[in-house]
Design a protein around this ligand. Structure first.
Ligand code: PGA
Length: 246
């Protein structure tokens, strides 16, 4: 069994103010014409409640970009998965390479955050990806396999995002056949660990997805959607990417 539908998720990173609601409204309007694809926007935490209220009853889901592993506690500045859920989120990105790089998150941290997301009833979108150096050294498959083994929780309710670190925000992308190769490896490992449920897990591609390259990247084998950064900030571009699944 394949995943229910492809998913296009926008990762706004540290961009967006209350006044950005117009982009969301355009995305909500545009998503009505795209019934074959699930659409999600992951704004900064400050906007999750406002965006969730605006998107209620629409085809657009709202997600967080990170969460703490614990429900609550003395963790100044952190936000729990339960808080995101309470604010209206349906999903949470965990283990993004920027979190791994700038916040020292390890595979073990990412796994506890993914489990927190599941505990709160959110869909964790778990990110993995190799650096340029690792790819050039022929280590891509080993790196991804290790990240999957260390970052994935025991229950198969999550999505994986394959995001080569060197492709993020760089305008460079792997060739579609390289994407298919890594996604194939991810699918094999999901099957091995979760059996048939592993077939239903969405495997998203992320890293410099644009309207110009979306079709060739998203039609590669075992690609079930995209995690889009820069191009998700403009409703028109984001919708053009989602329209690959028209
Ligand atoms: P990008 O970012 O689309 O701007 O490369 C993707 C991501 O980091 O999720």
């Amino acid at each position: 069994m394949k995943p229910d539908s492809p998913l296009i998720a926008g990762n706004w990173k540290m961009h967006g103010l209350k006044s950005s609601i117009g982009e969301l409204q355009q995305i909500i309007a545009g998503a009505k014409a795209l019934p074959k694809v699930a659409v999600m926007v992951c704004p900064p935490a400050t906007l999750v409640a406002q965006f969730s209220a605006a998107a209620a009853g629409s085809r657009v889901a709202i997600g967080g970009q990170d969460c703490h592993a614990k429900r609550s506690g003395a963790f100044t500045g952190d936000i729990s998965a339960e808080m995101l859920k309470d604010a209206g989120a349906a999903a949470v990105i965990v283990g993004h390479s920027e979190r791994r790089q700038y916040h020292g998150e390890t595979d073990a941290t990412v796994r506890t955050k993914a489990e927190a997301g599941q505990r709160a009833g959110l869909l964790p979108i778990i990110c993995v990806g190799e650096t340029r150096g690792q790819r050039d050294a022929g280590q891509t498959m080993a790196v991804i396999a290790g990240q999957l083994d260390g970052s994935l929780p025991d229950a198969a309710d999550f999505a994986v995002a394959y995001e080569p670190v060197w492709a993020i925000g760089s305008g460079q992308t792997p060739r579609p056949r390289d994407v298919a190769e890594v996604h194939g490896l991810i699918r094999d490992r999901l099957r091995l660990r979760y059996g048939e449920k592993g077939d239903r897990v969405r495997i998203l591609y992320g890293g410099s997805v644009t309207p110009a390259n979306a079709r060739e990247l998203l039609t590669a084998e075992n690609v079930d959607g995209a995690l889009v950064g820069g191009a998700s900030l403009k409703a028109e571009e984001f919708l053009a990417i989602a329209a690959v699944y028209r």
